[in-house]
Design a protein around this ligand. Structure first.
Ligand SMILES: Nc1nc2c(c(=O)[nH]1)N[C@H]1C(S)=C(S)[C@@H](COP(=O)(O)OP(=O)(O)OC[C@H]3O[C@@H](n4cnc5c(=O)[nH]c(N)nc54)[C@H](O)[C@@H]3O)O[C@H]1N2
Ligand SMILES: Nc1nc2c(c(=O)[nH]1)N[C@H]1C(S)=C(S)[C@@H](COP(=O)(O)OP(=O)(O)OC[C@H]3O[C@@H](n4cnc5c(=O)[nH]c(N)nc54)[C@H](O)[C@@H]3O)O[C@H]1N2
Ligand code: SF4
Ligand SMILES: [Mo]
Length: 757
């Protein structure tokens, strides 16, 4: 039977609406949903690829247990029994910290992951918790936690209303936006320019986005904090500081003024490669534009000053009065979860440094430890050593620094479990593999990304296909894992018991919250009203109903609940972002903390950079491609076919210096390793900088990715260094890595990747 389904795409942060045509168990075609109020029919090549992903014969569909190098299909019961039998003794002998867990990026795009991973982590009770956040955005979250008192209280550029957008280290025309959920950025940028606004891009690469900009400036990788401080210096120097209505809500203004003193545009210009007069002009333009938004992303987070950059971006927004006003940067008010309720000053303390990693003593950030510590925590003996490991929707072997070291550490583990769709470079090390359903087999709601969206949106997606009779939903897998690892006997239906317990906990917490619309209500009465009997739907219904647009369980009968979202399959537009200060401020002081102590202290490290003369070694940055998604869509022919994309970009002057010509291979070496990669000479990159994309290197034994193998590429994270970090957050440095580039000579390479197609 032919059917049409509507749902949001779970592949990136843009949350595009899809129109999916199916016949029985097959996807016929996927289009952009023209009735989606947010994406209005837009989709990118990855959106179409859900069809191929769903049909991919390499996608694992049954649980498997590995004996030696052989995988054996198992029942779910056998798989969970194996996990319990192998892992419980490890926990009993060595304690909970002996189990490490890594959560990959797709968890954030998965309702089950969002709601049930926290329960699994609690059930294990380990401190050795890692995620892709520390090779990504944790600096921004930490800065938001320190400044505004919430890790999801991240100011989002109001792209649809701004007059001036300064974009630093982001490439939304390729990435489709990050920490800025905004489908179809091309049309949004076009609209900005059509209304007389300006887009200014700061990036060591002339990216697709930079090409659309009114102005683009190369910046020497890793020097953004100098540039940002110089903007701040100029604002103070010329009397352009004007926080406006924010003034009464801000503390630490004088401290920031003093800190910026030494960072004049002239002092930083040589290091960052941007002329002093340009920096001054930009400061003036930001201050004098009717509205302006400064936005920094990946390029600003994954470098040695990631947290400082994230902080300073919002300092500029605040000093120019652009925080929390239309056209500036604003906080969202999502329909479900997170940053929606509170009173200024209600927070106890900032979630940072409450414990430290065992080996390198890195501070905990928002409950997790930096991924750069993962291998050493597996290698170094002693109490708390990771002996068993769990990966959920991740591929850290390719996505985290010093991949070779991590691979060796994974090999030596006593036991490993992976929940994933593919036997990839990481999950091949597992002893038990648990297959996640295809995105088309489960429901969807972007709990995380509606916290980061340029409009407030509610959009629930029903599953397109029913789960096969022998397939578990992802939340059921997670609760079964929690059961298998938990010492307690949870009765005959442990999944139901845990699920019921979790939802009751949510309800009980809410009725005790003095700011809640259901304060004081009877928990059992609330439970009885929920529109689903179990699983993520029940929790989502609850979160929607107590949320700012909710029906508040009767007191706002026209409000949202799950049924309302189900009746609106294209999604609901809940309006543009609106001012939220002071009500959103969750810092202990109830104020915007403009100069948090750990950040102020870190300025010394930056000051040292001013003393050093600009470096002239080559540095490596990353790059993304429209038809790729980190490491995991390379098995889909329509996305990988064509020219090899895993190439080294280098400026013609540098290529001449190293004697490299187009198509030839170069070796690129760092402290941690050496790789070999074909050369692509281009004027679009700054001299002194090279770029190689991440997520490639599909040439390892034991992976089950037959198409990806033919387009293997090379793992750029062999040469990113796990010892190079943003010292505050522990986030990895993935941009600005010092490297040595040479013409490829076969005998020079230790571990040669096969010649790439
Ligand atoms: N097609 C596609 N889309 C994706 C992904 C994908 O792999 N492919 N991945 C998704 C994920 S997980 C994320 S987190 C987002 C990321 O989304 P974005 O941050 O928008 O994407 P990037 O391409 O990483 O952009 C980072 C930019 O920073 C620049 N850069 C590097 N070093 C520096 C520096 O020191 N300073 C400055 N100013 N710039 C620098 C790079 O040249 C690059 O253009 O994209 C998401 N969307
Ligand atoms: N050098 C360098 N390294 C980088 C980056 C960079 O710019 N440069 N970017 C970093 C960034 S921003 C990120 S987010 C990380 C990503 O790093 P990871 O999250 O570790 O890796 P992914 O490639 O996203 O792999 C995701 C895995 O999840 C599986 N999967 C997909 N959907 C589901 C699902 O619904 N359930 C389950 N259980 N599994 C699923 C896929 O099959 C795949 O194996 O990489 C980081 N690494
Ligand atoms: S832009 Fe992102 S959400 Fe939209 S179709 Fe592409 S991958 Fe999916
Ligand atoms: Mo990411």
């Amino acid at each position: 039977m032919k059917k049409v389904h509507y749902r949001t795409c779970p592949l990136c942060e843009a949350t595009c609406g899809l129109e999916i045509h199916t016949q029985n168990e097959e996807v016929l075609t996927i289009r952009g949903d023209s009735e989606d109020p947010f994406s209005r029919g837009y989709l990118c090549p990855k959106g179409y690829s859900l069809k191929e992903f769903h049909a991919d014969p390499d996608r694992v569909k049954q649980p498997m247990i590995r004996r030696g190098t052989e995988w054996h299909v198992a029942t779910w019961k056998e798989a969970f029994a194996e996990i319990r039998n192998q892992m419980r003794p490890i926990i009993e002998k060595y304690g909970a910290d002996s189990v490490g867990i890594y959560l990959g990026n797709p968890n954030v795009h998965n309702l089950s992951g969002q709601l049930y991973n926290p329960m699994l982590i609690r059930a294990i009770g380990t401190r050795n918790r890692f995620s892709a956040s520390t090779v990504d955005q944790i600096p921004k979250q930490l800065a938001a936690e320190m400044m505004f008192g919430g890790d999801f209280s991240i100011p989002i550029p109001d792209v649809d209303r701004t007059d001036y957008l300064l974009m630093i280290g982001a490439n939304p025309l390729v990435s489709n936006g990050s920490l800025m959920t905004a489908p179809n950025m091309r049309s949004r940028i076009k609209a900005l320019k059509n209304r007389g606004g300006r887009l200014v891009v700061i990036d060591p690469v002339r990216t697709l986005t930079a090409k659309e900009a009114n102005e683009h400036h190369f910046i020497r990788p890793g020097t953004d904090a100098l540039f940002l401080f110089a903007l701040i210096h100029s604002l103070f120097e010329h009397g352009w500081v004007n926080p406006g209505r924010l003034e009464e809500h801000v503390v630490g203004l004088d401290e920031v003024r003093a800190l910026a003193q030494d960072f004049s545009p002239e002092a930083v210009s040589a290091s960052c490669g941007i002329p002093a007069e340009t920096i001054r002009r930009m400061a003036r333009e930001i201050a004098s534009a009717p509205t302006a938004a400064v936005y920094g992303r990946m390029g600003t987070c994954t470098q040695a000053f990631g947290t400082m950059n994230s902080w300073l971006v919002d300092v500029v927004n605040i000093l120019t009065g652009n925080l929390d006003r239309a056209g500036g940067v604003m906080f969202t008010k999502p329909a479900a979860g997170g940053n929606s309720s509170g009173q200024p000053g209600s927070k106890r303390r900032i979630r940072y440094g409450r414990f430290r990693s065992r080996v390198r003593k890195m501070p905990e950030v928002l409950g997790e430890l930096p991924v750069v510590c993962m291998a050493e925590e597996m290698e170094v003996p002693g109490p708390g050593q990771i002996k068993a490991f769990l990966t959920i929707a991740g591929n850290p072997a390719l996505s985290t620094p010093n991949g070779n070291r991590l691979q060796k550490a994974l090999e030596k583990l006593e036991f490993m479990v992976s929940v994933d769709c593919y036997l990839n470079e990481t999950t091949r090390h597992a002893n038990v593999f648990l297959p996640a359903p295809s995105p088309l087999e489960h429901s969807h709601y972007d709990l995380a990304f509606y916290h980061l969206s340029v409009r407030n949106i509610g959009h629930y997606s029903q599953p397109v296909f029913e789960l096969a009779s022998d397939q578990l939903d992802e939340w059921e897998i997670l609760l079964n894992l929690a059961t298998a690892l938990n010492e307690k006997d949870l009765g005959s239906d442990p999944v139901k018991a845990l699920d019921d317990f979790a939802v009751m906990q949510m309800i009980e917490k809410e009725v005790k919250n003095p700011n809640s619309p259901i304060e004081g209500r009877e928990p059992m009465g609330i439970l009885a009203q929920l529109k689903a009997e179990r699983g993520p739907e029940r929790m989502l219904d609850f979160l929607l109903r107590v949320g700012p647009y909710g029906d508040h369980f009767g007191s706002k009968p026209d409000g949202l609940n799950l049924d309302v979202l189900k009746a609106n399959p294209h999604g609901i537009d809940l309006g543009p972002l609106e001012p939220r200060i002071p009500e959103i401020l969750g810092t202990p002081s109830g104020k915007i903390e403009l100069a948090p102590d750990p950040l102020v202290e870190d300025v010394e490290r930056l000051r040292a950079m001013l003393q050093n003369s600009p470096q002239n070694h080559m540095v490596l940055v990353g790059r993304r491609n429209l038809r790729s998604n980190n490491s995991w869509l390379h098995n889909l022919e329509p996305l990988v076919k064509g020219d090899n994309r895993c190439t080294l970009w280098i400026h013609p002057d540098d290529a001449a210096r190293f004697g490299l010509s187009n198509g030839e291979h170069a070796t690129v070496a760092s402290r941690t390793g050496k790789i070999e990669v074909p050369v692509q000479i281009t004027n679009e990159i700054m001299p002194g900088v090279i770029s190689i994309p991440h997520g490639w290197g599909h040439n390892l034994p034991g992976i089950r990715l037959e198409t990806a193998k033919q387009y293997a590429g090379v793992n750029s994270n062999i040469i990113s260094d796990e010892l190079a970090v943003d010292e505050i957050s522990g986030n990895a440095v993935l941009n600005g890595i010092p490297v040595k580039v040479e013409k490829y000579q076969p005998e020079m390479v230790e571990s040669v990747s096969p010649l790439i197609k």
